[in-house]
Write a protein that binds this ligand. Structure first.
Ligand code: ADP
Ligand code: MG
Length: 248
């Protein structure tokens, strides 16, 4: 079981307020999707939850413990924070060994996560030669390192746009994986723009807009009187569905 709680969070970067008054709770077994336009602050929120950004005020609790007091956040939280920050010359195995060591996670987990994500087929190839979809799978494998042991069962998970670049079978695979993680009692928080997938899979949705987060609500409630999630989303961020203007 795992829980993520964000209380009254305010994030300032380079003297600018990026997020304020953010309250969010992801309960055990819940799959929550974060929506919001480019630059809204989704990645910033996920990084703050992982303890990588220190808030100006407010706090993040992981299973009731402030993230800044966790001896090793990477051990308590599965983190997929994008597809960029990996050494291109490393193989997937070497990358995962390095992360596992840094997080204090047993190296025996590496074969498990490689198999679970389908990366085992190319685990000994240079990451620099991977497609975006392969890098996504490796990022997802990294997030599973502290989670997949069937033992302590600990671990909330965050994923930053993990669907980008996945092929159709990859999207179906990830849908099933996220569903299975939630069913196992993990709190799962995912940033995505792929609204068809969000509408299909989310337990609740949070919109990041105007430097803050809306209350987490079920898809049907977010959609309200709109025909679909896309129309509801565009209305919520103040863009007309027939507009070809560049928003913002
Ligand atoms: P999203 O993930 O929703 O696209 P981000 O969280 O990446 O948005 O960015 C939110 C805002 O914070 C953007 O305006 C971005 O320019 C700004 N930002 C992100 N990182 C930094 C940083 N290290 N210093 C200053 N501003 C930043
Ligand atoms: Mg982002």
């Amino acid at each position: 079981m795992s829980r993520i709680q964000v209380r009254d969070l305010r994030i300032e970067l380079s003297g600018r307020t990026i997020l304020h008054d953010v309250d969010l709770s992801a309960e055990p077994g819940e799959l929550i999707y974060l929506l919001g336009r480019n630059g809204a602050g989704k990645s910033t929120l996920l990084r703050s939850i992982c303890g990588m950004i220190t808030p100006a005020s407010g706090e993040v609790l992981i299973d009731g413990t402030p993230v800044r007091r966790l001896p090793s956040p990477a051990r308590s939280l599965g983190m997929h924070l994008g597809t960029e920050p990996v050494h291109p010359g490393h193989t997937a195995r070497r990358h995962l060994r390095w992360i596992a060591a840094a997080a204090g996670v047993g190296g025996d987990r590496i074969d498990q996560v490689l198999a679970r994500t389908g990366v085992d087929a190319y685990g000994n190839r240079r990451i620099g030669d991977y497609s975006l979809g392969m890098r996504q799978r490796l990022g997802i494998a990294t997030a599973l390192l502290p989670v997949l042991d069937g033992g302590d069962g600990a671990g909330a998970l965050v994923f930053d746009e993990p669907l980008n670049g996945l092929d159709v079978e990859g999207i179906v695979w990830l849908r099933n994986l996220l569903g299975a993680l939630a069913a196992d009692g993990h709190a799962v928080l995912v940033a995505s723009h792929l609204l068809a997938e969000v509408a299909r899979s989310a337990d609740r949705i949070v919109l990041i807009d105007r430097q803050t987060a809306s209350p987490a609500v079920p898809v049907a409630e977010f959609q309200g009187r709109h025909d679909d999630l896309e129309s509801a989303y565009l209305a919520a961020i103040g863009v007309r569905a027939d507009s070809s203007q560049v928003p913002g």
